[in-house]
Every structure is written in C-alpha cells, then in structure tokens.
Design a protein around this ligand. Sequence first.
Ligand code: BYC
Length: 480
Amino acid sequence: MHIAQVDYDGLIPNNVALGQDPRVKRALEKWHPGYLNWWNDMGPEGFQASLVYLRTAVSVDPKGWAKFDYVRMPEYRWGILLAPAVVGRKIPFGTHKGEDAWQEVPGEYRAMLRRLVVIQGDTEPASVEQQRHLGKTAPSLYDMRNLFQVNVEEGRHLWAMVYLLQKYFGADGREEAEALLQRRSGDPDTPRMLGAFNEKTPDWLSFFMFTYFTDRDGKMQLEALAQSGFDPLSRTCRFMLTEEAHHMFVGETGVTRIVQRTCEAMKQAGIDDPYDVEAVRKLGVIDLPAVQKKANMHFSLTLDLFGSELSTNAANAFHAGLKGRYREDRLKDDHQLESGTYPVLRLIDSKIQNEDAPALSALNMRLRDDYVADCNIGVGRWNKVIADSDIRFQIKLPHVAFHRHIGEFADVHTDLEGNILEEATWNKRRGEFLPSDSDKEFVESLMQPQFEPGKFASWIAPPRVGIDNKPGDFEYVKIA
Ligand code: BYC
C-alpha cells in the first residue's frame, strides 16, 4: 500500500498497515467501543443523529487529502494517518543530533516521551467536552458544521496519540489510552491535565477565541513535536497540522465576522463611539470592548499552556531530541543550545524585566514568543476591518504577565500593559479587563439558534465563501 493511500476497508481507516499488525489492531479495536461511548456521552449534544457535511481525510497527499460528504458524527471514519516517512531522516537537534531518527521508543527517554504524548492526547477530547453544548446555539448551519468539523478532527487527534501509546508503549500505553477516556474537562475529581482545558466555552465568541488562541497553541506544540527525533511522533504531528489549520481559520474568520457585523451595525445606526456599549448592544451586536475582554481572557489562559518560562522539562526534552523548537529545521544555529542564551521576561525585585537565561532552559519562553508573534497576525486583520469602517478602536493583545496562573507571573496581578497592581485594585478593576457578569449575560442573551439554511444570527456576518465552495443557502447540517 502506498503511504498516501488510506486503507478504508477495516473498522479503523489507516495508512500504517494495521492489517499486518494484529497486536495493535486488536488493542485499538478493544479501545474503539469505549471511544464511541465517550463520543456519545461527551461529544456534541443533541446532534448525534444529524447528517453533517464533513470532510474526512482519505489520503495524506497534500494535494487532495480530504473528501466532503454528509455523515452522522458517530459514524465518522476516525483513522490513523501518518505523514509520509522522509527517507534517511536524522534526529534534527539535541545531543543525538545527526543520528538516525528513532523508529522505536528510545528506552532511556521512554517516560518523558510518554508524558508528552499523553499531555498532547489529553487536550483533544478535552476541547470536544468543552464545546459539547454549543451546537444548540449555533448562529447558522455553516457555523454549526464548522464546530462539528473541529470536534470530529479533535477526536481523530485523540486516535493519533492513542495509536502511538498502543503501538509503542505496551501495557502502560494501554492504561494511558484508557485514562484519556476517563478524565473529564472541569471535573473536580478527574480533570483534564492542563488548566485551559478545564475552563468553560460558554458561548460562540468564546468558541472562536478558543479556536483562534488555544488551537494556535496546538499548532505551536505540534510544530515542536513534529521536529521530534522519534519519527512516528513527528509523522503523526505533521499530518495533524494539516487539519489544525482549518480550526484556526474557524477562529480567525469567526471573530472577523463578529467584528464586521458590529462595525456595520454601528455605522448604520450612526454610532461612532465604540465605548457607547449600551447603544451598541441595543443593535443586537457584540460591542468591541466585549470582544477585547474575551481576547484578553483566552490569550492569557492559553499563555499558561506554554509552561514556565524557565523549565528543566523543556530543556530535557530538547536535549534528548524529543521536542524541538518552532520550525527547528528552518533555524540556523547548532541545534544543541548547550552554550547560548535567550532573553526571558522575569519578575525580579517585583519588577518585570528581561534577563538572559541559558537557551536550553528558556525553550518554553521561546515557543511562547513565536506564538505571540503568530497571534498578532490575525489580530491585525481584525483591526483592519475596524479601521476600514472608520471606527477608532484597536484590539490589542494584553501584556504576557496579565492574568497568569503558571510561571513567573502567577503570583502577581497586572493591568493590560503589565503594570503590577495591588490585590484590591485588581479586584476593583477586573471587570475592565476580563468579561464581567453583565458582559457574559449580554453575550449569552444573543446566543439564539439560527438553523435556517443561509440565515445568520444578528451578531455575525455571513462568511465570504462557503465550505467546499457551496452556495450561501447550502444545508450544511440536516438536523434530525
Ligand atoms: N496547566 O516545566 P514546566 C492542543 C505543569 S494544545 C497545568 O513549566 P513544561 C489543542 C507541568 O505539566 C497543545 N499544569 O512545564 C488545542 C509540570 O508538571 P509535572 C497540547 C501545567 O513541562 C486546542 C509542571 O507544571 N500539547 O493541541 O516545560 C484544541 C512544571 O511545568 C501547565 C502540548 O502541550 C498548565 N497550563 O511545559 C485541541 C505538548 N503548564 O510534570 C488541542 C506537550 C505546566 O512537574 N506538552 N504544567 O507534574 C508539553 O510540551 C509540556 O508538558 C507543556 C508544559 C508545554 C504543557
């Protein structure tokens, strides 16, 4: 079988010759019913019997890897897909740089590698759980379909990590695969592993911010893992990145369409002042300050996902050749970082300042810096929509020290510019920076479903083009 082709005949579509690997095939077939139970319990609520116009990966060929068709989500063909192997691939960084990439787990790094795979795997079902109620308030069938597309692909990404656990980690891999189905986002006893994945996604503005900011952490982490010297992980992540792009597209365009609709409504009503929140809200659109506050929230929660600025875990994973930097293969240095330094923002004598730190220890900070730069690109596009409407408002990412729970700034409060605030001032001003109860209530009040083909809720503009070039009134979801 050619690697670009996917075997669709069996229960589990794959391009890893599962048919010739009875041990792993059996293990996955055993895991499958538990997965379906989890999907039925924790996946999109109320739409499991509906026909959804979804894309399914049928190949890993970059030109034409997906096909679109109506599918009921529980019947989606979740599969195991690895990007094609690079012949003669070498470990690209760390102490083993230049050695042949590992095709099996290197014994000395087994625990570290398993931890990375498990953490990556844990985020995927978590996001599905966080988003499971949103279908009921979808602002259009187009948006509902995009939500479900994101959800089924996160499900596939769980499969991707579970395949690695089942194939390469024996009995403890099987246990971890089971545990991935047991933890639950936000559960006080069995929460998901990382902070942001235990938060609520209560409305569609949050969903778009999550897919813009948090899925982008997914992109950065997958890019770093795609560099791995453990070749099966690298190939798995490379293919996951193909799907991930759509998730960020959903987020970026979702926020763009909200901002566009708000600006249009303000212009029509002759409102110039974006801070006249009461007047703007009467138009049935989301005021720009509320959009800013949601961005502050999701950006800061996502920064926590990069771990501490200085981290021995990150240094060890790089040194071992397991997790690289963002686009390691395009960087021009020794790829070992034993001697270099990197500027790290730290809290020193109660002041936020840069300090040069050993480059190996500063890898989380470096990935976070790359992330912030990437985030700013889409924010610039949102601002262009606002500027084109002649409204004087700019969405800005807050300072990286703002509203943090992990790392250097976990113990201080700051304003959006990074000025340190006393506890009492923070408590008083919190509602200026983050969604207040009344902001939340207002956004929630707008979340009325719009399920008529081609129609959109009052607070969001239609997309410029349909999915798979379908016309505006295409019935993306046939609700059962
Ligand atoms: N919450 O050395 P430190 C995605 C723990 S998103 C709770 O500073 P490290 C997706 C940490 O585990 C991408 N705990 O951190 C997006 C450690 O605990 P232990 C997911 C946290 O290890 C949307 C201790 O604090 N993939 O794909 O250098 C939808 C000290 O940690 C948090 C990955 O993250 C937190 N936020 O970096 C769907 C890639 N942060 O071990 C999917 C794999 C840290 O001492 N993961 N801790 O008990 C990693 O590379 C790293 O584990 C992290 C943390 C970057 C997450």
